[in-house]
Ligand binder design. Sequence first.
Ligand code: ADP
Length: 549
Amino acid sequence: MRGLMMEMPLLVSDLIRHADRHHRDTPIVSRRVEGDLHRYTYHDAHERSRRAANALGKLGLQPGDRVATLAWNGYRHFEIYYAVAGSGMVMHTVNPRLFPEQIAWILNDAKDKVLFLDLTFLPLVQKILPLCKHLKHLVLMTDRAHMPAGAEGLLCYEDLLAAETDAFEWPALDENTACGLCYTSGTTGNPKGALYSHRSTVLHAYAICLPDAMCLSASDSALPVVPMFHANAWGLPFAAPLVGAKLVFPGAALDGKSLHALFESERVSFSAGVPTVWGGLIQYMRENRVRLTTLKRTIIGGAPCPPAMIRALEDEFGIEVNHAWGMTEMSPLGSVCKLKEKHLSLPPEERRAIREKQGRVVFGVDWKIVDSEGRDLPWDGKAFGDLHVRGPWVVSGYYEAAQSPLIDGWFPTGDVATIDADGFLRITDRSKDVVKSGGEWISSIALENIAMAHPAVQEAAVIACRHPKWDERPLLIAVLKPGQQLAREELIAFYEGKVAKWWIPDDVVFAKELPHTATGKLMKTALREQYRDHPLPAATAASSGKVVA
Ligand code: ADP
C-alpha cells in the first residue's frame, strides 16, 4: 500500500543526536572520581562520543564486538555508551561490586575486547587481568595528569579523544542490531547475559518517560543514583536525552551526605534508586535536620520498597515515592505504581495502601500470573502465582545460550505475585524465597515490611528455616537502629493482628548487619546458608533477653 509513514529504524545514536539538536545547551553535571564537579552540555557529549567512536575504530574494533566498562555514573561513561552502541558495537556494563572471579568470568563469557575503567577499579582489574583471555586494550577513564603509577601499558581516555576529530557519521544500522549487554547478578548459578537491541532500548526509553512511569521531561533535573552498571541505570541515560532532561551523575559518592549536597546544588527534581540508598539519605537528613528542597519525586525499585520508607519520604520530607518493579531481563522496567483517577477520592490510607504495591504495567509489557500447571490465575489481589511477562524489551533468550527460557512465548520472571482487579501488581516473593509452611506459602516480603514498620528496626529479612513438622517456618533476622533495644517477644507481638497467626515468624535473630548483593539487595542465599538450621523456639527459649544495638 502506498503512502505509509517513513521507514526509519529506532537507533540509540538518534537519542544523543536529538539531544544535541534540540537541547543543545542542557547541562550534564558529574561528580568525578578525581573529586571535582564536571559540567558540560548535550552538545559537548555528542561531540565527544563521536571522537570516542573514532577512537574505537582505531583500536581495531568491528561492528558486533563487545566493549566492557567498569565505571560509576559519569559523563565519560555516558559518552562511551553512545560511542559503542551508536557505532554498532555492544556496550557491556559490568558490575564492579561482584566478586573479582565473577567479573573475570563475565568478561570472558562476553569475549570483551576492550575494557574502559574508572581509576577506582585499577587495583581490581590488575588482580583479574591474568584471567581475562580476550581483552586487547584497557582504557583508564581519566586525563594524562591523573594517570597513576603502575598504569603503564594502559591507554588514557582523554589522550584517545584528543587524538581524534568529531567527524563521524553514526551508521544507519538495522534497529534489531544488538547494542547492550548486561549480566544478572547470578545469585543462583553463573550470571546470565541479557542482550538489548537498538529497537528495544529506544522503545523502553520512550516508555519510561510516560507520565505513569517516570514522567520525565525537559523541565527535570534527573539524578540516577541507580548505577549505570545496574540495568543501564534503569534506562535513564537513554530517556534523559530523549526528553532533554538535565542529567546529574553522582560518581562514586553515594553516601547520604554527598548525595544530599549534589541534589541541592544541582536542583535535582527527580531521582531513582534501590531502597538501601534512600535508607542512607533518610538517616542523614534526620540526623542533620535537613531536607531536599527541590526533589519532587523518586522511583524506588530493584527490591521491595518498605512501606515505612514511602511514609518517611512522603510524610516527613514531602517527596513523592513511586514504587517500581523490573528486572535486568526486562531492560528493566515492568511497572510503576501510580493511582488511577477513580482512586483520587479515596481516603489517604486507602490510597497509600494501593501505592505500596509494585504498580501497573507500562504499555509494551503484558503479564499474567499462573499456577504450577501454567493455568491463568484470577486478578483478585489474593490469588498468587508465578509471574510471566512478554514485550518488545523483554529477553527472548540469554546471551549465547542454546536454550530459551520462554514458556509459550512468555518469560517466567521467577517472582511470585498477585494482581488485583485494577491491574496492580504485588510481588509477594521471589519463588526461591517463599516460605513453604505445611504446603502453604508465606510471603517473606510481607513479613519484612511489618518488621521494618517497627520504630526500632532498621532492616529485616525473613527466610525459611527447616522445621520437622511444617517443613519450613519463617525466621526473622532484624537489625536494630543505633541505640535502640527490643526484645524478641516484643517484635513477635508486633505481628499480632497484622497477619494470620500461622504467618507470624517463629523466632527472631538480632544481627549487626545483613548481607547485600552487588546491586544492594538482601542476599537471602547467604542468610539461608547461615540460618537454615537455626534451632527454632523450643531450643532458644532461654536466649530471649533484651538486645542492645
Ligand atoms: P538480580 O537481583 O538477579 O541482580 P535484577 O536486578 O534484574 O536481578 O533484579 C530483578 C528482581 O528484583 C526481580 O525479579 C524481583 O525479584 C526484584 N525486584 C525488583 N523490583 C522489585 C520491587 N519493587 N519489589 C520487589 N522485588 C523487586
